[in-house]
Design a protein around this ligand. Structure first.
Ligand code: FMN
Length: 300
């Protein structure tokens, strides 16, 4: 059967499937062999520990999930001490998702992680507030994305993936600036904004009022973003946003994604990644198509 191996930046993946940051962690060890994944992506790590937001932090809606986790994580030092040795035992590419509140903090964080063995790539979560720009998310300003990517390009030789937010005016401008500054790849999309109200109490369902919206409802939005970005850049795209079936994954690949990540669907089917890996391989075999030729093969 076709194995669908890919190159993503400086990494070789045994298949084009990973998990979306924050939806899959070490708790899956033992459930299945995680080295079957093309890559593993960690939850976002920040310089200091973060307790996250007050509950309620997760709300299910008809067609998706609202979350306001608030980047809960143990901080970089605890991650290096406790989680990284466990991730290192898994024989696949490791993508560490990172976030910080200024460009210099981002660079310091990446340099600190770069002292450690076993990391293959960084996914840069730019959907977080930038203290040097009135707390507005890094990812909304093409020039800030350029400056951040350039600084991180100087900080590491490892594969650098910039994770784009859909909550912007022109995602293609941002994608191009990240590419111009030396990014090896792009990941998209992060969550959209959403909210829900409890009509019994009249209160917002999330403690934080507004959260990130993910799952099946956002798939068409993610797909058009991936399609547009694929037309605008040459670097590979890691696509995510509502992928809940083999067919969903294939749509993103045909629209231009080199690889796909399963996010919210992990909560519905913890073996969803394996289902998608096998499905893509079967599709390529049955249609006698080389995986690389499927990428961006959309007929318009
Ligand atoms: C519970 C939850 C936690 C998340 N945490 C992070 C995170 O820490 N860092 C990040 O970059 N994205 C985070 N995301 C966003 C996902 O990685 C992904 O971009 C988004 O959910 C869209 O994909 P999906 O619809 O397949 O879930 C989170 C999403 C969910 C649902």
């Amino acid at each position: 059967m076709s194995k669908c191996e890919i190159t993503f930046g400086k990494m070789k993946w045994r298949n084009p499937v990973t998990v979306a940051s924050g939806t899959f962690g070490l708790e899956y060890v033992g459930l299945f062999d995680l080295s079957l994944l093309g890559a593993l992506t960690t939850k976002t790590i920040t310089p200091e520990p973060k307790a996250g937001n007050e509950p309620q932090r997760i709300v299910e809606t008809k067609a998706g999930l609202l979350n306001s986790i608030g980047l809960q994580n143990p901080g970089v030092e605890e991650f290096i001490k406790t989680d990284l040795p466990e991730y290192r035992k898994i024989d696949t590419n490791l993508i560490v998702s990172v976030s910080a509140s200024s460009i210099n903090e981002f660079a310091k964080l990446v340099k600190r992680l770069d002292t450690q063995p076993g990391i293959d790539a960084y996914e840069i979560n730019i959907s977080c507030p930038n203290v040097e720009n009135e707390g507005i998310a890094f990812g909304t300003d093409p020039e800030i994305v350029f400056d951040l990517t350039k600084k991180l390009r100087e900080a590491t030789d490892k594969t650098l993936i910039i994770k784009l937010s859909p909550n912007v005016t022109s995602i293609t401008d941002i994608a191009r600036r990240a590419e111009n500054a030396g990014a090896d790849g792009l990941a998209l999309i992060n969550t959209l904004y959403g909210m829900a109200v409890d009509v019994e109490t009249g209160k917002p369902k999330l403690h934080n009022i507004i959260g990130g919206y993910s799952g099946p409802a956002i798939k068409p939005i993610a797909l058009q973003n991936v399609y547009k970005v694929a037309q605008a850049v040459k670097i590979p795209i890691l696509a995510m946003g509502g992928i809940s079936s083999i067919n969903d994954a294939l749509e993103f690949i045909i629209a231009g994604a080199t690889a796909v990540a399963i996010g919210t669907y992990n909560f519905v089917n913890p073996l969803g990644t394996i289902e998608v890996i096998e499905g893509i391989q079967e599709y390529c075999s049955n249609n006698n198509i080389e995986y690389k030729k499927l990428i961006g093969s959309i007929q318009t």
